[in-house]
Design a protein around this ligand. Structure first.
Ligand code: ATP
Ligand code: MG
Ligand code: MG
Length: 548
């Protein structure tokens, strides 16, 4: 049973429209282009775009690129790709850096009003004199500079006369405010850095807390949705809009960010994994990035359904990663072709099957969705089965293959294990079985019953394939011990197996998805797969005890 998820922001939007407070809603998704997007960002993307879609408003994609040091066009391009792939199209595409000129002019307005001053203190001094929650801050010795002096110094900051860190522009609000964010926050810093969009035009850069409200106002954003950490910034957000005399007044609303079990959810840490080569790039299928999830085999539909289900709340929680897995299973259940693959092959010779003969058997493509039709698969004297599906000395209630036992081959015949071939070290290297032609699948045979059904692949047509099985990169334990998470990565997060798939899967293209009988849902790796040797990434196993 599905619970209907709550979304308090949706209620606010709905009321603002019906009361006439706003005529149309405008939202924005404002990533900083300093990394690839992750599943947490997907929550924010879905929230902003789906609200605007539902209420016939608009959503901008805005790059919050006010910190040139960490930003890069590679990230800009990947973010655009990910938002589009999720199925959204933005109304406006903007860069905060395009507003640097206006932001500068608005800072001049503040200076003229006596509401901003140039401070010569170092960053450390400013931090140390901010005070604490229980003690007020101390005023800077430069706090009472004249308007003329401040205008002159700010202009010279802009012209590049000062070195990094030598001067900042601060708002003049209240050094004793109970909200530490209002104790003369820094508006601008000197930074001689090349910017991906504005090049070398600027020697000063605005701080996020000053820039963000202006960006929203310039674009006419009505509902500026951000994560809870920014709740204490809201008074400053409103102060900037008011004192900079912005003609448009946006409102900020905060919601709880998404956290997932066993998942690193910080761009800084994800970048570390990439830089330290702990993973194969931002799109490694073990990464919780949108590009990693895509390469693993997640669909936009599954991610959107997940985001809708988790809802939008005002308090923190941690979502079970199995919830995300639930939605990809649901999405692929009726869509994915169900085929057979052997991940760890064991050769089986069917001794009473004529040598050189191949017959083609009919196999249904999806037992839960008859509309997907049938395909033909070859059968002959030599096949592969899963190594795990045979035991020399089975425990009780083992229904798969063992000496003397009979099982059903999916879509084919019953076979009986007559002889086990071992190598010099005693490892099983081949089984010799007989088949019963009467038991052909679909023939209506009812003469006797067997308990086990095995998957298999015919040997002469089998396509060699690689299978990549994933486990979480981090575990709850590695998070909890608080040490550097890089030292505690799961060493078994990737397991590679070499096996075989049915011949028809040779044609599979990167991104095609299959349910491999008994193994789970797999995606054809878009980077490493070739027709000669397809590579399958496991998206998720078939079953989980998890229920919504
Ligand atoms: P990170 O801490 O991972 O670097 P960020 O918040 O710094 O993330 P931004 O590029 O600033 O990354 O994020 C763009 C938008 O995505 C912001 O509006 C932010 O609130 C939202 N966002 C980021 N992480 C999450 C999350 N885990 N859950 C929901 N929204 C998120
Ligand atoms: Mg941010
Ligand atoms: Mg960040």
């Amino acid at each position: 049973t599905k619970t209907s998820s709550s979304n308090f922001i949706r209620n606010i939007v709905s009321e603002d429209l019906s009361s006439g407070k706003v005529a149309e809603i405008v939202t924005r998704f404002p990533p900083e282009p300093n990394g690839y997007l992750h599943i947490g960002h997907a929550k924010s993307i879905c929230l902003n775009f789906e609200l605007a879609d539902e209420f016939k408003g608009r959503t901008n994609l805005r790059f919050d690129d006010t910190n040139p040091v960490k930003e890069d066009v590679e990230y800009v391009e990947s973010i655009k790709q990910d938002v589009e792939w999720l199925g959204f199209s933005w109304d406006g595409l903007f860069f905060a850096s395009d507003y640097f000129g206006e932001m500068y002019e608005r800072a001049v307005v503040l200076i003229r009003k006596g509401l901003a001053y140039v401070d010569d203190q170092t960053a450390d001094q400013i931090r140390e004199t901010r005070g604490t929650l229980t003690s007020p801050g101390q005023a800077s010795p430069y706090r009472d500079r004249s308007v003329e002096e401040n205008l002159d110094l700010f202009r010279r900051m802009k012209e590049g006369e000062f070195a990094d860190g030598q001067k900042v522009l601060r708002a003049k609000i209240d050094m004793a405010s109970p909200n530490v964010n209002l104790r003369d926050p820094v508006l601008y810093r000197v930074l001689h850095a090349h910017h991906h969009n504005t090049g070398d035009a600027w020697r000063i850069y605005p701080m996020y807390a000053y820039a963000h409200p202006l960006e929203d106002a310039i674009e006419g954003v009505t509902h500026s949705i951000c994560t809870l950490e920014f709740e204490d910034q809201r008074p400053f957000y409103d102060w900037v809009i008011r004192e900079c005399e912005m003609p448009w007044v946006p409102r900020q609303y905060e919601f709880a960010r998404l956290n997932l079990t066993n998942t690193v959810m910080s761009k800084r840490k994800l970048k570390l994994l990439v830089d330290e080569k702990a993973v194969d790039g931002w799109d490694d299928p073990r990464m919780p990035t949108i590009s990693g999830l895509r390469r693993k085999g997640y669909t936009p539909e599954a991610i959107r359904a997940f985001c809708r289900e988790i809802g939008v709340a005002k308090s923190y929680g941690i979502v079970d990663e199995r919830m995300l897995e639930h939605f990809i299973r649901e999405d692929l259940k009726l869509k994915a072709l169900r085929t057979m693959a052997v991940l760890q092959p064991l050769k089986v010779t069917i001794t009473n099957y004529p040598e050189g003969q191949v017959e083609w058997l009919e196999a249904e493509n999806n037992s839960e969705n008859p509309e997907m039709g049938h395909r033909s698969i070859p059968f002959s004297r030599e096949i592969y089965i899963e190594r795990d599906d045979f035991m020399d000395n089975p425990p009780p209630k083992y229904f798969r293959l063992y000496p003397g036992n009979e099982v059903r081959l999916k879509h084919a015949y019953f076979i009986k294990c007559e002889e086990v071939v071992h190598d010099a070290e005693g490892h099983v290297i081949e089984l010799r079985c007989t088949y019963d032609p009467e038991t052909k699948s679909g023939s209506g045979f009812t003469g006797r019953k067997v308990k086990g059904t095995l998957h298999w692949v015919e040997a002469s047509h089998a396509v060699p394939a690689q299978f990549r099985l994933y486990e979480p990169l981090i575990t709850a334990e590695s998070e909890e011990d608080g040490q550097s998470f890089l030292d505690h990565l799961n060493p078994d997060s990737l397991q590679v197996q070499e096996g075989f798939v049915e011949p028809g899967m040779k044609e599979a293209a990167g991104g095609d998805k299959f349910q491999l009988f008994r193994h789970g849902y797999f995606n054809v790796d878009p980077k490493d797969s070739t027709p000669e040797r397809p590579v399958f990434n496991r998206i998720v196993s078939l079953k989980s005890s998890f229920e919504i």
